[in-house]
Write a protein that binds this ligand. Sequence first.
Ligand code: EPZ
Length: 432
Amino acid sequence: MDKFIIKGGRRLSGEVTISGAKNAAVAILPAVILSDEPCVIENVPSISDVNISLRILKEMGAEVENIGKDTYRIDPTHIDKCCVPYETARKMRASYYFLGALLGKFNKARVSMPGGCPLGDRPIDQHLKAFSALGANYSLTQGMIDLTADKLSGSQIFFDVVTVGATMNAMLAAVKAEGLTIIENAAKEPHIVDLANFLNSMGANIMGAGTDVIKIRGVEHLHGTTYAVIPDQIEAGTFMIAAAATKGDVLIKNIIPKHLESITKKLEKIGVSIEQYDDSLRVWVEGPLVKANVKTTPHPGFPTDMQPQIATLLTLAEGTSIITEGVWEQRFRYVDELRRMGADITVNGKVALVEGTGKLFGAPVKACDLRAGAALIIAGLAAQGITEIEDIFHIERGYDCMEGKLRELGADIEKVSVPDKASAKSDKKEAV
Ligand code: EPZ
């Protein structure tokens, strides 16, 4: 098992370039299945969730070629399998996007129930609601989801909750369905818009992505395209907070400022200085950090995927902050680990009170999920002393070479391998 060893107390300074967005890439790669020609996808992050998606495509019969540092040419025209086996699918939450893509292309799909970070209940009832509305039948047997449809027809889909995954899957299944599909109460995240833009670049007819009503007119064929994945909003936000937590001065490049608005506004409220340019922003800290109240909500609100990271920053601010988790039932599992580093956080259901004790101390800790791991890295960078983070496979699912980028900024962080048989088994846990 690998772990990170961080010697805290060093200010981050310099420039970092953000990679492609994980939550866009894991939807766009399965969407290539819908094309009748090869596609070239650029700005693909080098993370294990993407590697799993590419492996699934290859196992189905697609030709996958790495033609550049973060660029892949994928030819889906020889795909001859519509099944994603349990062993592969269980490792990644986003394996469920193969349901929508395979159904949309072949009118059938067989994918294992997805894994998923332990954030509380993660049902897929809204995904199944969308597929049924379009004319598909589904069955759940032995952990596998089977979808079949004689024909897919446009329909009205009203989601009971705002759901990123089901909005993406509804788009994937509807792009070639006959007639008009209207998705209401749709998610509006940047990666939703990115998937719609990708599909439209292949000849789809999708309007309204990024609003809560998305209209899709089915088309017969989707042609090949060359498309670049948007920069990762959450990676950018994570580096913004790392810069602030170490009282550093960092230029964050390859970003879309609009995607970071809620994060920028919240950090400025806490006392972080931020200067925005066209595709970059500078983050530094001059005065004291002060408390703030944070409520996570679907986009354009403060992203739930930034909640552990901002909680870590608020342990260093003056005063008591209140964090309300508005999306997931259990997204405070990282708090126990932060407490080991001296954090004073009280959790009651979906609300956490964060006391601004102003300092953290290095300790051995364990990442319990992707963003919890990112929060522990931030804590280690700001802490006095040495922090060792285990189970970093969670972090490597969603961050492209995090330790290399941090070292470039002056952090004292290294990855070491620890030959531990017991925990080796646990590195196959599901992803987010
Ligand atoms: C995506 O998960 C992201 N994962 C998550 O990011 C992110 O936290 C989440 O969206 C919210 O932004 C990927 O994109 C791979 P949802 P997803 O469907 O699609 C309920 C990370 O750190 N719901 O938007 O699974 C659900 O229980 C990960 O990158 C239903 O009730 O999230 C939750 O309360 C963690 N029924 C809410 O909706 C359904 O059928 C939002 O879930 C589906 C969801």
